[in-house]
Design a protein. Structure first.
Lengths: 202, 548
């Protein structure tokens, strides 16, 4: 028996039941767990919204200026990663790398926006995680989202490096699809966080 | 089937360091499964000893065998260990070993992530126990109610280590949940549609779904505890507007599905054992499958029945009482199906079946006291009393542990290639059954008599003395039962009767390969046409698929 026939992923899944590969199923399960995680943080945010006896309140501290620009960056990065994937599928590695790198840059720009916003919140409004309930829940929720953006950027950098060194193809680049799913998910979470924190919460 | 290949003596070929290296770097689902089970058994002994120490303290009124603070640490560590480092990992371990074999796959979907899951669980356990190095374990109870976990009340780093340990092991649990889902949905042998899947993998699938939705909220809540304690956040810090009530909701949103994470795999195990030892197919497979899914769904919405005494609104009380009672319907369906499977069957009273009987009778009682506790006004009276302690031990030992022992006795020959000693197994069963009933039966009575849980001692004139003494006696009777099990699995490993591929004359795929299975599980991936593929192989003239 050769090594290939022993490979655990060799036999194709029963497509009559579930038309997905095991890695796709695994990614969906992981993203489902992330939904549960972020839902918990959002529940905590809403629980304490408006319960503070000391300021600053969301209305006092949060401005829409920077977050709106960041949101545009992050949402357009979803488009960029889609174009990168299309480049990979039509066997144009140059196009893949161009759009993929743009996705990374847009993600980094989003993070820069968060950094700028936080430095303003801490420096001007004196809002820290220990200041009041708003600070506690705001930094936890927005911070964990930013952490997810950071993880996505690291994963994309790894794949970019792999693409440069070894080349990725539509059949060999399964990670690209999964990372793009993750990235779209992080984007969608931001839409919810943005609506809750900057729109509903103010 | 292929002749059992000679397993070369690993120590002779690799040397001790080679064996150690192989086991620490393995990504084979069978080895990882064995590691999970062995780790859980070690933690079972540790947490069992903690329970025995507590029972010694409660033997007589006004006892000073243990100081109060030590007692608080012991019940915290006992509960935490049993839930996170015995119950979950041992079921995940058995699942790890069996799921790929039963669905005709060569490994789990993500073998390296599988190894990560095991090591994260082990190091999580070590982290929790390293809290003793800070001068004492946390004394917060296994559900760690706020604001007890805040710096103000738990000053040492013990509580941080506890939270970190559960966070790390939670990541391990989550990865295995994801792994099971991908494996069971994506790697079944050709022909094994979802409707032909053996019952144990089916229950592991739903357990994993619950893991995926229940563990992350706990992770988030533990992160909040750590932020409160180390960065001065105020989630559960009631002095600064934080909410102790929020912690209860978050914890039990994890905590109640957790109960079903712990019991669904046991349902799966007895659902494999009962048909084989009654020589009949599982009665009402579709209903059983649907009931499993129903339990998984309903149990995500019943968590606040742990919180009736908090004083929620009347609407919430009503909803959570009704939802909790609803769980008894799919569970009842399962019971009747198990009984119908046995009805008219040719029952063999070998040790796996004996434990399955123990499971059926004991879990039924635990379920009935559960219905009592789901009724909010009754719960007001007995919340946080020994009645509750008696109830959930009856469910977790009577349900999970008896079911698990049924499975361990059933599959041990597959794992080791040798039979367990039936005599030792029978002794183990009867000692466990008697010891168990004596331990946890009287707890219901001392609870009704008003004894609160977690007290380190009590006065003589309360009428609790007698019941506590019976409880302690029962706990001591259980000790030799566990010792016999350890002796049995050790002795049989070297001296047990050779088992052959299929000692129980069973019907699922794991018995179609050698015992123990080769690292690649199957020489040829089998093609499946019915729910009992091995029956089809054995009786080609009268195959199941004609009738399904």
């Amino acid at each position: 028996m050769t090594a290939t026939t022993l490979s655990s992923r060799q036999h194709a899944p029963e497509s009559e039941d579930i038309p997905l590969t095991v890695t796709q199923i695994g990614m969906i399960a992981f993203l489902a767990s992330e939904v549960a995680f972020f839902s918990t943080l959002i529940v905590a945010y809403l629980t304490f919204l408006g319960k503070d006896t000391i300021g600053p309140t969301p209305a006092e501290a949060l401005s829409l200026r920077v977050p709106l620009v960041s949101t545009v960056f992050l949402l357009s990065s979803s488009g960029a990663i889609y174009l990168a994937e299309r480049g990979l599928h039509s066997a144009r590695p140059g196009a893949f790398r161009k759009w993929w790198a743009l996705t990374i840059l847009l993600g980094a720009a989003f993070l820069a926006g968060t950094l700028y916003e936080w430095s303003e919140l801490i420096g001007v409004h004196r809002l820290t995680i220990s200041r009041n309930l708003f600070g506690t829940t705001f930094y936890t929720l927005v911070g964990f989202h930013a952490l997810h953006v950071t993880c996505g950027i690291i994963a994309m950098l790894v794949l970019l490096g792999l693409s440069w060194r070894c080349g990725l193809s539509a059949t060999k680049g399964g990670g690209v699809e999964l990372v793009s799913w993750y990235w779209h998910f992080v984007d969608a979470v931001w839409l919810v966080v943005f609506s809750v924190v900057y729109w509903w919460g103010r | 089937m292929a002749i059992a290949e000679q397993q070369p003596d690993a120590v002779a070929t690799l040397g001790w360091t080679g064996v150690l290296h192989e086991w620490t770097t393995t990504v084979d689902h069978k080895k990882i499964g064995i590691l999970y089970v062995l780790m859980s058994l070690v933690f079972l002994v540790v947490a069992g000893l903690e329970a025995i120490l507590m029972r010694c303290q409660l033997l007589v009124p006004r006892n000073d065998f243990l100081p109060p603070n030590t007692f608080n640490q012991l019940f915290t560590m006992h509960g935490t260990t049993m839930v996170f480092f015995v119950g979950m990992p041992i079921l995940i371990g058995v699942g790890n070993y069996l799921v790929p074999l039963m669905i005709g796959a060569r490994d789990m979907a993500f073998p390296r992530m599988n190894a990560l899951g095991f090591w994260a669980t082990l190091f999580g356990g070590i982290l929790v126990y390293s809290s003793y190095a800070t001068g004492g374990a946390p004394a917060i109870g296994w559900f760690a109610y706020a604001p007890l976990t805040e710096r103000t009340f738990a000053r040492s780093a013990a509580t941080d280590l506890w939270a970190l340990g559960l966070l790390v092991s939670g990541i391990g649990t989550l990865t295995s949940g994801i792994n099971f889902i991908a494996t069971i949905l994506g790697m079944r042998a050709p022909g094994m549609t979802l409707r032909k899947i053996p019952f144990f993998p089916w229950t592991m699938l739903w357990t994993s779904v619950q893991i995926v939705f229940a563990i992350p909220p706990l992770t988030a809540a533990l992160i909040m505890v750590l932020l409160d304690r180390n960065l001065g956040a105020h989630f559960f810090d009631t002095q600064n507007g934080g909410s102790a009530y929020l912690w209860q909701h978050l914890f039990w949103f994890f905590g109640h599905p957790e109960v079903y994470i712990l019991v669904l795999p046991a349902f799966g195990m007895v659902s494999e054992v009962i048909p084989v030892f009654s020589r009949k197919v599982l009665f009402g497979y579709e209903f059983m499958a649907a009931a499993t899914a129903a339990i998984a769904f309903i149990s995500m919405g019943v968590w606040a029945h742990h919180m009736f005494a908090v004083g929620m609104s009347k609407t919430l009380d009503l909803y959570f009482a009704a939802a909790s009672l609803l769980v008894s319907i799919p569970t009842g369906i399962k019971f009747f199906n198990w009984l119908a499977t046995m009805y008219g069957g040719k029952i063999r009273f070998a040790s796996p079946m004996l434990f399955a009987f123990g499971f059926l009778s004991m879990f039924l009682i635990g379920g009935l006291t559960g219905i009592m506790l789901a009724i909010a006004p009754f719960n007001f009276q007995l919340s946080d009393s020994y009645f509750v302690v008696g109830h959930f031990h009856w469910v977790l030992i009577g349900g999970t542990l008896f079911g698990l022992f049924s499975g361990l006795h059933y599959w041990y020959p597959k794992v080791t290639g040798r039979m367990l000693s039936e005599r030792l197994a029978q002794w183990q069963f009867w000692l466990l059954l008697i010891g168990f009933m004596l331990t946890f039966g009287p707890m219901h009575i001392s609870g009704v008599l008003g004894m609160p849980r977690r007290i380190y001692t009590y006065d003589a004139n309360r009428g609790w003395e007698f019941w506590n003494q019976i409880t302690t006696l029962g706990a001591l009777i259980q000790v030799p039962s566990y010792a016999l099990f350890v002796i049995n699995i050790t002795w049989s490993y070297f001296k047990g009767k050779p088992a052959g591929d299929d000692p129980w004359n069973a019907w699922t795929l794991e018995w179609a390969t050698t015992s123990p299975p080769p690292s690649y599980n199957f020489e040829e991936i089998p093609h499946v046409r019915s729910r009992r593929p091995l029956w089809d192989l054995k009786y080609p003239d009268d195959p199941d698929w004609k009738y399904e």
